[in-house]
Design a protein around this ligand. Structure first.
Ligand code: PMV
Length: 342
């Protein structure tokens, strides 16, 4: 390989299917990786630099975002750093003209970057990528369950409970993910803080929520494993009610008019859709047999709602071998920005 060859590493985004908030407290949750991938381009150079998007001005690593600095620090602690490279990130798949969708761009770009830096040191163990990316991401974000990091590293559908439970969940044949954006971007960290402060005052409500949330996540996973779609739908509906109730009790704004429209529209065609992740905006989703998924998608489109064209990505973090996509500057005005807050 020539020293000047550009190498490309990528990692998928994610959507939480069930068990959000519970997973912050160590309970299980179901997550899927989605085929919107963060890409990291690396090329040997005189000094280290980082560009937050194709066409963005490269800066020294010390001037890059806290997520990027944390990835470099954590990799360096494991294996030192290889010879200097110019690094460019591309997270354009994680946002549209109206804003970011909440597909876990900060975790995906952290995982892709850690995958790249470790690979340059000759380290490719998946467990190591997970541990290093998790530590870096939590350092920069100040916490979080790590569910987004797990999905970005492993890919597919997972049942995850921190710190170490990670099980692949098979999607039954004919099952499909259907997703729409609520029209607003949300701050997961603000919502998680609001819920934590509510639970400090009401430990009884915390205990009740955690047990019900765990029940929903386990029921989604066991319904998927057994191909019992009614069980999956019932668990998605219960989890949606649980999140709406939590938002009301904690006065946390988890449910929003945009999310409610999506869930209600799906219900009109007998679909079970729910808020995905922290809420407050971002996306709603359903996981359903193809025929039900088609009805939901049609109803959302008929209502003018923002259906997203994405699917479960079975591939976790990886080096992109073969074709080298063009690194031309973004045509979108948002293309030089990296989304590091969801
Ligand atoms: O809002 P999202 O899609 O990033 O999901 C957050 C999930 C939470 O459980 C609320 C937070 C976490 O760190 O797991």
């Amino acid at each position: 390989m020539s020293e000047r060859r550009r190498r490309i590493f990528s990692a998928p985004g994610k959507l939480v299917v069930a068990g959000e908030y519970g997973v912050v407290e160590g309970k299980p949750a179901v997550v899927v990786a989605v085929d919107r991938r963060a890409r990291i381009f690396v090329e040997a150079a005189q000094t280290w630099s980082f560009a937050a998007g194709p066409g963005a001005t490269p800066v020294a690593i010390s001037e890059a975002s806290s997520f990027v600095r944390a990835c470099f620090e954590r990799v360096e602690a494991v294996c030192g750093l290889p010879g200097p490279c110019a690094v460019t990130a591309d997270t354009r798949a994680f946002a549209g003209a109206g804003g970011k969708y909440g597909l876990g761009s900060s975790a995906a770009v952290s995982v892709a970057l850690v995958t790249a830096l470790l690979a340059l040191c000759g380290r490719r163990e998946r467990d190591l990528v997970f541990q290093v990316a998790l530590a870096a991401h939590q350092q920069a974000q100040g916490g979080g369950s790590g569910i987004d990091v797990a999905a970005s590293v492993v890919g597919g559908a997972l049942l995850y409970a921190p710190p170490a439970r990670l099980e692949l969940v098979p999607i039954p044949p004919g099952g499909e993910l259907v997703v729409a954006w609520s029209g607003a971007s949300a701050s997961t960290q603000d919502l998680v803080s609001a819920v934590a402060s509510f639970w400090r005052d009401r430990p009884d409500r915390r205990v009740a929520f955690l047990s019900q949330s765990e029940g929903c996540a386990e029921a989604v996973a066991s319904g998927l494993r057994a191909g019992r779609w009614e069980e999956v739908a019932a668990a998605l509906r219960s989890n949606q009610l649980l999140l709406v109730e939590l938002g009301a009790e904690a006065e946390a704004g988890i449910d929003t008019p945009g999310l409610r429209r999506l869930v209600e529209a799906a219900a009109r065609v007998h679909g079970a859709a729910k808020i995905s992740g922290a809420g407050g905006g971002d996306c709603a989703l359903s996981l359903a047999p193809v025929e039900v998924a088609r009805r939901i998608r049609q109803e959302w489109s008929a209502q003018g709602l923002a259906v997203l064209d994405l699917a479960i990505d079975p591939r976790g973090a990886a080096e992109e071998l073969g074709a080298e996509p063009d690194l031309a500057p973004a045509t979108s005005t948002r293309g030089d920005r990296m989304y590091l807050t969801d």
